[in-house]
Ligand binder design. Structure first.
Ligand code: FES
Length: 149
């Protein structure tokens, strides 16, 4: 896996080594940052494993476990909060039987939250993978989730 990580980093790195940028690139390609690739990232960036592990543990958007086939993110920003994202999140937790950061049994969905998605005019906002949904009502979730197998 080291060669794969090295190739990813070669594509995205320019200028001084940027640990966060490197970790985001690895996550984009692999779906997560497996702990076992941390020493390889450190070696490729000519830094220490501790520094890479520190950045990895600091940013909540970086994940060390593989997500489900589809990643659901509920926006918890101010506008979405004022327009019912809490109800949306609770409905998803009940429906999926998963808490924030957890993956459903069978690996179909991972549930997560996010800060403002830039879609405030039609809040509350929900993202499934790269699909953005606005003005989402809890009653629409069943139909919406059926699109993702
Ligand atoms: S606060 Fe949710 S899209 Fe801006």
């Amino acid at each position: 896996m080291y060669q794969q990580v090295k190739a990813i980093l070669a594509e995205v790195q320019s200028g001084p080594p940027n640990i966060l940028k490197a970790l985001l690139a690895v996550q984009e390609r692999l779906g997560h940052v497996p702990v076992e690739v941390v020493p390889g990232i450190a070696r490729a960036l000519e830094t220490t494993t501790a520094q890479v592990a520190g950045v990895l543990s600091y940013y909540p958007d970086l994940r060390v476990t593989a997500p489900g086939r589809h990643l659901i993110r509920v926006c918890m920003g101010e506008s979405c909060y004022a327009n019912g994202c809490g109800r949306l999140l609770r409905e998803l937790q009940d429906r999926l039987r998963a808490d924030v950061g957890e993956t459903t049994s069978g690996g179909r969905f991972t549930l997560d939250t996010m800060s403002c998605a830039g879609n405030c005019a039609v809040s509350p906002t929900l993202l499934v993978d790269r699909d953005l949904y606005g003005r989402v009502l809890p009653s629409q979730l069943e139909t919406l989730l059926e699109r993702y197998r």
